[in-house]
Every structure is written in C-alpha cells, then in structure tokens.
Design a protein around this ligand. Structure first.
Ligand SMILES: [Zn+2]
Length: 410
C-alpha cells in the first residue's frame, strides 16, 4: 500500500519510527470490556523525503476519536496556568480589546477563552467534542460544535465572524486534512489578523527521544522548517516563533497574511530555522537514524524491569497519559511488570489502560502497597510528581523516569 504525504502528496517511502500495533491511546477500558476484542492499529510514523513532515496515517475517522473526547483541559494545573499567561501576554503585546474578535479552534471547555471574556473581548470557540463544548457553553463561552476547515471558515465569514486573533493550541498536530485546515485559517483571518498555533516541536521529540509522544490521534510532527512551508503554501507567513516548555518542548508560531506588512518578520524565525538546519532536520539520514535510538530505549527499560522483578521488587506506575500507553504497548509491559498505575483524575480511576489492561487506581493506593519503584509515565511533569510523591522515600521507594533514557532517582 502506498501512502501519500498529508501535506505535499509525495509517496512516503521512509519509516521514521515503527512502534508496532497499538490500541488508540485514550480508549480506556471498563472491567466488563476486558473480555472483549480490542482494536489495534499500526503505529508507524513516516517521514516525507520531500517536505520532512513526520506523519501517521489516519486509521480511525476523526469523528469517532473526538466526538466524545474524555480529556478536559481544565483538569491540569500546569495547563491552566499556561493558558492564563498566554492570554495576558497576547493582550499586552497586541493590544486586543472589546473591538476585536477572538476565535479559538479546539477550544475545549473554554478554559482559555474565559480569560479574554473577562476582559470584555468577544470570543468564539470551535470544538468538535459535543460533551466538552456543552461545558464551555454552560460557562458562557459561545461555542460552535464543529470540526474546523474551509467549510466551517466560510460559514463563519457569512455570519460576520472573521477573526482578529485565531488560536490553535495542540490542534494542528491532530488535523487529518492539514491543507484544508490551513486554508480555513487563511479564509477566517481578518486582513490584519494574527494566528498563533502551539504544537510539540519535532526537534525536541528527536533530541530528547520522546518517541512515546507518538500516538494515533497525533497525525503530524512538525519542525519549524516544515510548518513554515505548510503555511506559505496557503498564503500565510510566520513572523515570530517562541520555544515553550509544554509537552516536553513545543513551538508557538505567529502567522499573518502574506499581504499584511504591519508585523515585521522577527529574527527569531531565522535563528530557529538555522538551528534546525544545523541539527540536520533537512537531511533524510537524521530522521532515519531515530529508530535505532528508540529500540535501544526499549531494551534498556526492559532490562531494568526484568532485573527488578528477578530480585522481587514491586513496580507501580504513576499516571495514565497517552504517552504512557504508547510506551507500555510498544515495550510489551503489562501486569507482569507493573502491578497497577494511579491517576489523580477521578474520570480515569477504576478503568484499565488500553492494550496492557493495567488497572488505574487513586494515588492513595501507593501508601497502602508501598512499592519499591514508581515508574513516572508523564515525564513532562516529573518534578511536580516527585514532589507530590516524596513520601515513598520513607520506605526506600525510588522514582523511575523512562524517557529520554531510564533513570532511577532515590
Ligand atoms: Zn511531504
């Protein structure tokens, strides 16, 4: 079967990283589902030899992934603070006020737009997951329950809803039809409007060996070099870029219409592009070398777990993030190694991880069973977790960080 590049249409011939067959990472299971058949899909990322977009094929239609999405942004403290800081920064820098119109794509439960709204700036959220959009609406955030693309953009223009600021945080990577989405941005943006998008930075994924951030709902993995090409193709120019720490290292890009001469193009764009070139992100062999690093990490993690079990040590997981599911399924780690995992979200407690069927309990369980090791799956917030769980040291418990390579901390 030939697969074409989601952006430029080139036939994809090169594997970036093959993580085998894996269930969809947010498909947590109830007890009664454990006896049933569970769909597994190939989790194989390709790199396009023409535009260097790293990408997965879309196996599930987005409808079934997003219409009843279990993730509510409002449940993560770090993420809420990030959203608030962003809105303050944007208002300060670009002087948004009540005469402007701000549109956010994948606006979730309105956790970000609420900060613009309290400053009397008109907002509109676009959110495909109905259950989540309803929460936003009940909090007074106008929300349109739709996927975003050209069609939705045209609809909004007819309703006079063109945007002075178009926001997309963690949506660009999740879009199956990338060109249709970016065309939609071009259509919906006012002549002097600004777009900001945030997404995990491919350079960081490669540098820090974050292969576990590859999962089925995350279709595209961008470098600045590639995202710039995608936007340029649709008449949008990047005029600034910032490296931010969310999700293990992300980019925030600032874009405008090609025709808009108001915003000068800042040096930051060129500096980061030069850095990516230096790191080989425009050379195919750089991408082809990544697979071996991933296999090595798997062997090291399994070595550690096997040795620990041989010496009758107990291991418990912390967290039930998408990245944990990728890691555990790829490495074949089930209850033979991990007794259970814990999560602060009451929505996940009592469920089981997809594929590996590891049960998810409340963090209180850790005090009861006193494990020797706590394997931290959401390594991006490891400092926060180590602080919260410092009490495991009272019985000699140790923390295990699996990525970028296994590390055991007393
Ligand atoms: Zn391509």
């Amino acid at each position: 079967m030939t697969t074409k590049c989601r952006f430029c249409g080139t036939n994809l011939q090169h594997v970036f990283c093959n993580l085998g067959m894996s269930p969809v990472s947010n498909a947590y299971l109830k007890q009664e589902q454990l006896q049933h058949e569970e769909p597994f899909y190939p989790l194989c990322a390709y790199v396009c030899q023409s535009c260097y977009l790293v990408q997965l094929q879309a196996f599930q239609n987005s409808q079934s992934i997003f219409t009843d999405y279990a993730y509510f942004s409002s449940y993560s403290d770090t993420w809420l603070e990030h959203a608030k800081a962003y809105t303050e920064y944007m208002i300060e820098r670009f002087k948004f006020n009540s005469s402007h119109h701000i549109v956010e794509i994948a606006s979730n439960d309105g956790y970000l737009l609420q900060h613009f709204k309290t400053r009397d700036i008109p907002v509109l959220g676009i959110e495909p997951a109905e259950n989540v959009a309803k929460v936003a609406k009940s909090n007074g955030i106008p929300s349109l329950i739709k996927f975003f693309g050209q069609k939705t953009a045209i609809e909004l223009i007819r309703k006079n809803q063109q945007a002075d600021l178009l926001i997309g945080n963690n949506v660009l990577a999740h879009v199956p039809d990338l060109n249709d989405f970016v065309k939609g941005l071009k259509i919906l943006l006012k002549p002097e409007g600004i777009i900001t998008m945030e997404f995990p930075h491919l350079l960081q994924l490669m540098k820090k060996n974050q292969f576990d951030t590859i999962h089925h709902e995350h279709f595209s993995y961008f470098s600045l070099l590639t995202v710039e090409k995608v936007f340029a193709q649709h008449g949008l120019i990047l005029f600034d870029v910032e490296e931010i720490s969310t999700h293990g290292g992300s980019l925030r890009i600032f874009a405008k219409h090609q025709e808009n001469s108001n915003q000068p193009i800042l040096e930051s764009v060129n500096i980061l592009k030069q850095y990516e070139l230096q790191r080989g992100l425009a050379d195919l062999p750089t991408y082809l070398g990544f697979s071996e690093k991933v296999k090595k990490t798997k062997r090291q993690l399994l070595d550690f777990l096997i040795t620990a079990k041989r010496t009758e040590q107990s291991i418990v997981g912390y967290g039930a993030p998408a990245k944990g599911n990728t890691l555990l399924n790829y490495c074949g780690i089930r209850r033979d190694f991990i007794d259970y995992t814990v999560d602060r979200s009451p929505h996940k407690q009592g469920l089981f991880l997809p594929g590996t069927h590891i049960p998810i309990y409340s963090p209180n369980n850790i005090k009861k069973t006193k494990p020797n090791y706590l394997l931290i799956l959401p390594w991006n917030i490891k400092d926060e977790i180590i602080k919260q769980m410092a009490f495991i040291r009272t019985w000699g418990g140790k923390f295990v960080i699996p990525i970028p390579q296994i590390e055991v901390l007393p």
